[in-house]
Structures are given as structure tokens and as C-alpha cells.
Design a protein around this ligand. Sequence first.
Ligand SMILES: [Zn+2]
Length: 87
Amino acid sequence: MRTYANAYMLEPGRCFRLVENDRNSDQPMACPNLVVIRGQWRDGAGTLRLVEACAEHGAELEVRRPADQGTATEATGSRREPRRAGR
Ligand SMILES: [Zn+2]
């Protein structure tokens, strides 16, 4: 998906990038991909922005962390108490 110039928007739950519209190339549209990552991205003016992004546009971020941090790790593991060695 081609990005539209260096355009972006900041809207919770949406990828920050604007992409080229297939039907009308003069008008950008919001990236329709699912948000999977949050992080910091530097805009054209050099300002660090806190953004949410899809997997594709997440590659542009300077600092990244999973969008659903906290739930992913909890779901994966059965945590076991260390067992005491018997005497
Ligand atoms: Zn995107």
C-alpha cells in the first residue's frame, strides 16, 4: 500500500498513515489495516509523535511496543511455582 506523501493522522484505534486511494488518487484515505503496534514516530517537522500503526507502517516507528501489551504475555504461559526439592 502506497503512503500518501508524508501524510498522517492521529486517531485512536487507527493506523496513523494515510495511503493512496485506489479510486481517486488525489485524495488520501486512512490506512485500513489493523493496528498491531504502538510507538513513537518522527514527523516531517522532526517532532516525535505517539502513534498506533499496522504491521506494515509499524516499520517506520522509532520506538515500538505491541498494541495489546499486557494481554499477550498473560495468555501464553502457565506459570508454575518452583518446586522444592524433597529431602
Ligand atoms: Zn498502516
